[in-house]
Structure formats: structure tokens, C-alpha cells
Design a binder for this molecule. Structure first.
Ligand code: HEM
Length: 173
């Protein structure tokens, strides 16, 4: 590159329009870093996860875990399996879009695509169509991937299982 070319390149780079663009980029970077720094200060750290629980519950017992208790724990059941969905509190917690499922047997709602739950003592979902059953099964699989299993939802008259002696392997079943 000759001296003349270098000088003209420098003149090009330092042209007013490029300086304005450069200043704008520096300003944007400053703003991005500033907002990142501020959000680090403002957002409190997430609360430590609640201790895991492992027990079978009746429909009435499940109801207590709708996220309104002081610990904020949220459980729901799908296909008689109770999941701890506390980490999905933004979905199921009070005021959340799926709060209707909190502390409830969500099988029918998830199967039929309705964000609603029944207050029946026991919802025997035998009237669901094959498609609805398949849909509930898919939701169950999704919950199994994401959330811890607490236990089984007990039919009236069913006895809870004792999980005290259980090994880690068995928990997944
Ligand atoms: C207009 C219709 C709907 C839209 C746009 C919508 C949208 C969404 C979105 C954006 C999420 C968050 C996904 C994520 O961040 O992981 C979500 C989660 C969820 N949706 Fe919907 N949804 C709709 C209808 C429904 C219906 C009808 C049901 C069930 C009856 C449903 C059940 C759920 C559940 C259970 C979750 C939480 C899943 C989890 O715990 O990870 N949604 N939905």
C-alpha cells in the first residue's frame, strides 16, 4: 500500500459519517453493558430449591399444594402421577396462566386442551377419546422430562405407599 493509499484509507475511516457511526456503536455497547450490570443488581437470586418430597396424596391433600402456602410449592397430577412443578411457578403459581392446574388433577384439562380443573373427589377419565388419552400421555412424558415425581394420586380408599426405603433408581418409576 502506497503512502497516498494509506492516507486516503485513513481519511475514509475518519470521515464524519464513520465517526458518527463509531460513536453510536460505542454508545450502544455502553448501554448494553450498563443494562446487564443493572439487571445483575436488581434481580434477586432465585430461592434455593425446596427439599424433595416423595409421597402419595389424595385429591384433597393435593389441593394444599397450589402455590399459595408460604413455601410456594406447586404440585399437579397427570395420569395419576403427581409432579412437583414448583420450578414452573411462572406457569402454575397464583396468577399464572395455568394456575387452574395447581394442586389439581390436570389430566382432563391437558387431554382436552382446556385450562380448567374439576373439583371432583376423583376424576375417572375413562370417557376420554383415544386422541385425548394420547395427548395426556404426551403431557405426562413432558412432565417426566422436566419435573420430579412426588408420588401417585390416590383413588378414594387407596392406601399411600411407603417410600422411606426407596432407592434412587426406583424413584423414576
Ligand atoms: C393460544 C393457546 C396457547 C398458547 C399461545 C400457549 C403458549 C404457551 C407458552 C409460550 C408456554 C411456555 C413454554 C415454555 O416457556 O416452556 C406454554 C406452556 C404451557 N402450556 Fe400453553 N399455550 C396455549 C394453550 C394451552 C392450552 C390449551 C393448554 C392446556 C390445556 C396449555 C398448557 C400449557 C402448560 C401446562 C404449559 C407449561 C408446561 C411446563 O410446565 O413446562 N397451553 N404455553
Amino acid at each position: 500500500m502506497s503512502d497516498a493509499e494509506a492516507t486516503s484509507l485513513w481519511a475514509e475511516l475518519t470521515s464524519p459519517i464513520n465517526l458518527v457511526l463509531l460513536a453510536f456503536i460505542v454508545y450502544l455497547i455502553y448501554k448494553i453493558l450498563q443494562s446487564k450490570f443493572e439487571s445483575d443488581i436488581d434481580v434477586p437470586p432465585p430461592p434455593p430449591p425446596l427439599p424433595k418430597i416423595r409421597k402419595d396424596l389424595t385429591v384433597a391433600e393435593l389441593k394444599q399444594y397450589d402455590g399459595t402456602a408460604p413455601d410456594g410449592r406447586v404440585l399437579l397430577a397427570v395420569n395419576t402421577i403427581i409432579f412437583d412443578v414448583t420450578k414452573g411457578k411462572r406457569f402454575y403459581g397464583p396468577g399464572g396462566p395455568y394456575a387452574a392446574f395447581a394442586g389439581k388433577d390436570a389430566t382432563r384439562g391437558l387431554a382436552t386442551g382446556q385450562v380448567a380443573s374439576s373439583d371432583k373427589d376423583w376424576d375417572d377419565v375413562s370417557d376420554l377419546s383415544a386422541d385425548e388419552v394420547a395427548s395426556a400421555k404426551e403431557w405426562e412424558e413432558q412432565f417426566r422430562e422436566k419435573y420430579d415425581i412426588v408420588g401417585r394420586l390416590l383413588k378414594p380408599g387407596e392406601q399411600p405407599k411407603n417410600y422411606d426405603e426407596e432407592t434412587e433408581d426406583k424413584k423414576a418409576q
